[in-house]
Design a binder for this molecule. Structure first.
Ligand SMILES: [Zn+2]
Length: 325
């Protein structure tokens, strides 16, 4: 029920508009869900799709019925999810959906839904295949597309969709909500930069992968203050093995960005956001040379992850920049 509460409390306009469509049989055939980085776009898109298919909607998904569970397990044949966060979406994949969705639905609900998360990460050819599909939707087909950057989505796609916009909650509010839910201070400080809701933040903080990445990032910052040689060793031993997937690599670069922003701020005498880590941030501000350049390099190299350059190479490059004396 986490997401239903989130939508009702934090996104009343989106909730009202979508619930109206559900209860009056007036859903649009294509929605474009927009929201800045940090808003739960993927979770919301999946939840709205479930709300259309749910056996006992109220009017949103109950997340308990067999259908909701089958969607979660990716076992519902009339529902397809593309994750542009994992990889760019190719033409062949879209063509497969187009072919599949030209057939009639398999389930007795008689509705087919596809979700494309981060539609801006589609190749141009995939976009063209999708356009034909959006132009002539079959009466039983619904599309939910998401984007963090509407300017990067072709206007011809935007114009065929009804837009739903998620509003970003201030970081301080998310932090306070997380603390009230029992999240510790350091996780609330870090993850409020990534999640826009206390309950979603709490769920993320409990994941083992996150805890490992956090530890590796803080060890790496600490190692940089000690010696370039030791830092290279820590990056090789602790960081490298954790970032083999694109999402993990992105998260690691975002974590390092977060820390280096604070190191730069500390050096300039400005307040920092990760106060739980004030000691290693102060130490790094004192010991590290050219922190402005380092921050810029981290942000630039993060962009290379999307260019399909091997993460190992990008990280090696980063370590060379960070340990340059
Ligand atoms: Zn359900």
């Amino acid at each position: 029920m986490g997401l239903a509460n989130y939508l009702k409390n934090r996104q009343p306009l989106v909730t009202k508009s979508f619930c109206y469509g559900l209860t009056h049989d007036q859903l649009a055939h294509a929605y474009l869900l927009t929201g800045e980085a940090g808003t739960p776009l993927k979770e919301t898109a999946l939840f709205l799709a479930k709300s259309i298919l749910c056996d006992h909607p109220n009017p949103l998904a109950d997340e308990e019925c067999i259908t909701c569970q089958r969607i979660d397990r990716d076992e519902y044949p009339d529902f397809i999810f593309f994750d542009g966060e994992e990889d760019s979406i190719k033409k062949d994949e879209i063509r497969d959906v187009v072919n599949l969705f030209q057939k009639t639905p398999l389930e007795r609900k008689g509705v087919m839904i596809y979700v494309i998360h981060l539609v801006e990460n589609m190749t141009l050819e995939a976009v063209n295949s999708l356009l034909k599909f959006l132009e002539e939707p079959s009466p039983w087909t619904y599309a939910i597309l998401t984007t963090q950057n509407e300017d990067k989505v072709l206007p011809t796609i935007v114009s065929r969709c009804e837009r739903l916009r998620l509003i970003l909650t201030p970081r301080k509010e998310v932090y306070e909500e997380a603390i009230s839910l029992g999240v510790n201070k350091e996780d609330a400080e870090i993850l409020s930069a990534f999640y826009n809701d206390g309950s979603l933040l709490k769920a993320a903080a409990e994941k083992e992968d996150y805890q490992k990445l956090k530890l590796a990032a803080t060890d790496a910052i600490d190692a940089l203050s000690r010696s370039p040689h030791y830092a290279r060793f820590i990056f090789e031993k602790d960081v490298m093995p954790l970032v083999s997937s694109k999402p993990a690599a992105r998260f690691m670069f975002d974590l390092l960005t977060l820390f280096f922003r604070d190191i730069v701020a500390y050096k300039a005498g400005n307040p920092i956001s990760l106060t739980s880590y004030d000691k290693i941030i102060a130490e790094a501000a004192k010991k590290l040379p050219h922190v402005d350049t380092s921050l810029l390099s981290i942000m630039t190299l993060r962009g290379e992850i999307e260019l399909n350059i091997r993460v190992g190479l990008i990280l090696t490059h980063l370590v060379n920049v960070l340990t340059k004396e």
